[in-house]
Design a binder for this molecule. Structure first.
Ligand code: BG6
Length: 266
């Protein structure tokens, strides 16, 4: 299921099981962002590099995108540009013109079925364009508290729950509120292990991986999340933000992409 509102893939199921998770309480009428699926964050992430921008995660998350013709393997494709959001709340923070094409593909690869997300940002302007971006995937897990995220050990990270930078040692454990922006240039393979399967993410054009789960206490503040639903997902986000946001030269395109493959645990 996908919506033009935010170019938002809301769910992806495989063999009857959700892989991309969506809240039972998600608001799907376009009046706010969707809690779950894959929010597209652009042209800023969260409250922006200096923490003073709104709407959160950039105004494309709640904008109405235009459907584009899907090409090979693509199930949905959309486009949007700066002129489409002119006058909307947050448009005053845009730093230059852009044209974006976003596509969701279902692929049948050697590793089995895969979901591929592809965000292409073109700078049609005369000046370099620096933008933050993220594919904020909500991944379904058996129980977040016993789920681990692998592939990020040894990387520097900003722990947003403390405001401090630290080195990530070993897998990320989701025991309590987790909000970690891990610097992960070089396209690492990141894996989510929940004991019953492994979700493997390979990325392109990303410089960071964000791992987020609100935990019990913070979840209670989210009106579009059911009681205990925070246990059912972990967000592992393909990102390029803050000092590691790309600067796109005039006339060029930056692609941020993510491919998700599901491996059963035997
Ligand atoms: O509630 P929102 O706007 O969907 O954001 C959810 C979370 O998204 C994550 O990407 C951020 O790192 C968190 O800080 C934020 O709380």
């Amino acid at each position: 299921m996908a919506y033009d509102h935010g170019a938002h893939l809301a769910t992806w199921d495989l063999r009857g099981e959700p892989v991309v998770w969506c809240s039972q309480e998600a608001v799907l009428d376009g009046s706010r962002s969707i809690r779950g699926g894959v929010p597209v964050c652009f042209p800023w992430f969260a409250d922006g590099p200096a923490g003073d921008l709104s709407p959160a995660h950039g105004l494309l998350r709640t904008a109405t995108w235009t459907r584009a013709a899907p090409t090979d393997g693509e199930v949905w494709a959309w486009t949007i540009g700066d002129e489409d959001v002119a006058g909307q709340p947050g448009a005053e923070h845009l730093t230059g013109p852009f044209r974006v094409r976003y596509a969701v593909s279902l692929l049948d690869g050697a590793d089995g079925p895969a979901l591929d997300l592809d965000l292409r940002v073109h700078n049609p302007g005369a000046d370099p364009l620096t933008v933050e971006m993220a594919l904020h995937t909500y991944l379904a897990v058996g129980d977040a508290t016993t789920t681990t995220v692998h592939g990020l050990s040894g990387a520097d990270a900003l722990d947003k729950t403390t405001g401090r930078r630290r080195r990530q040692e070993g897998p990320v454990h989701l025991d309590g509120e987790t909000d970690l922006v891990v610097d992960s240039p070089g396209a690492p393979r990141v894996e989510v292990h929940d004991g019953r399967r492994v979700l493997a993410l390979s990325t392109r054009g990303a410089t960071q991986t964000v791992v987020w789960n609100p935990g019990d206490e913070k979840a209670a503040d989210l009106s579009d999340l059911g009681a205990q639903e925070w246990r059912e997902f972990v967000c592992v986000e393909t990102a390029a933000t803050a000092d590691l946001a790309p600067t796109i030269a005039p006339g060029t395109t930056h692609t941020l992409g993510c491919r998700i493959v599901v491996h059963p645990v035997s």
